[in-house]
Design a protein around this ligand. Sequence first.
Ligand SMILES: [Zn+2]
Length: 281
Amino acid sequence: MVFKMNKNKIRSRFIMSKPFCRCLLYVFMIIFFMYGISFAASVKTVLVVSIDALHPDALSPETSKNIYRLMQQGSYTLDGHSTHPPKTLVSHAAMFSGLSPEKGGRKNNSWHTGELQIKGKTIFNTAKSLGFSTGFFYSKEKLGFLVNPAVDQYKLDKNFSVDNAVTFLKTADKKAFCFLHVSGLDITGPIEGWLFPGYMEELFYIDDAIAPLIRLVESKENYLIIITSDHAGHGTIHGSDHPDDEKLPFIMVSDSVDSSPYQGITWHVADLKPFLDKILK
Ligand SMILES: [Zn+2]
């Protein structure tokens, strides 16, 4: 009798607690699922490299083996478009702010040290608000227009700026956002001609130079690497309304973000800010 009562009691407790257990299981599953999602999207190191004047058709295993490897490893599109006009500062201002000239973005392609800098929010504000330390390294004075209070470290280096980015990422906090602007093709293009041998040779040199930086970021967990450009050119001309002048690539590789939705898409230079707003949050 005693045994029977205990058995019933146990069974009764079990039956009563079953919905509770099921509920608990669902809660755990939801937490696990949410944690899984947030873990998947929790990027801690971001590297954006803008190779000035890079024509997407120049990319190949021969001219740019390191960038080409990233293209195979992640996702990319060669159907990227610059601003009108497709010029360095106008395009980078759209890249940073998400605003093309016709939507309130910058129209003036010139800027000198001491002049007013960008007022609206940029990709650095996105990164800073999410706890990233930020670094901006560029090779043209006019890009100084894009330095705002959300940039922790910045440096203009007309010759070379890859080392600045490497130093920043080696010494940065756990969450680091680095934007590197690489000059070279914008100088070679107008002299040698876009996609001509001298231009391809310069790309080979740039690709080789950024390789240690790429490897450094890949050695970290939860990274996002983006390789893009501001515009291209045709013959020895750029900045015109020729279709080639507005072309640019967009390449992304990450160990924690699914890049597949971006494969082969049509991209606009002003898409970078909303893209990062979405990916990094
Ligand atoms: Zn440019």
